[in-house]
Design a protein around this ligand. Structure first.
Ligand code: F3S
Ligand code: F3S
Length: 99
């Protein structure tokens, strides 16, 4: 699967949504995540993101490994994902601004 990571937080450009052939990218309060059960690893989303938030899981930078758990939490629903993102953003003092 592909993973959406920290640069998406509070940016939510959404260019990625338009190109996903299986509509597996979903919006939550502060970022979007990819449903790992539905992603077909086509790679179409990765170059569309203006802040380079999207990576193949095996190429995700070490510092953003917590986003594996956040994307894989998709089946647990919005409350769980929103809470995990909020916790990450607080712990890492995230202040992203559009490019
Ligand atoms: Fe986020 Fe980039 Fe998509 S900012 S919404 S991953 S295009
Ligand atoms: Fe969708 Fe392909 Fe990305 S299936 S999430 S556009 S890798």
């Amino acid at each position: 699967t592909y993973i959406i990571s920290e640069p998406c937080i509070d940016i939510k450009d959404k260019s990625c949504i338009d190109v996903c052939p299986v509509d597996c990218i979903h919006e939550f309060d502060r970022m979007l995540v990819i449903d790992p059960e539905e992603c077909i690893d086509c790679g179409a989303c990765e170059p569309e993101c203006p802040v380079e938030a999207i990576f193949p899981e095996d190429a995700l930078p070490d510092k953003w490994q917590p986003f594996v758990k956040i994307n894989y939490a998709f089946p647990e629903g919005a409350a769980v994902i929103n809470a995990l993102v909020e916790q990450y953003a607080t712990e890492h003092d995230v202040h992203n601004e559009p490019p």
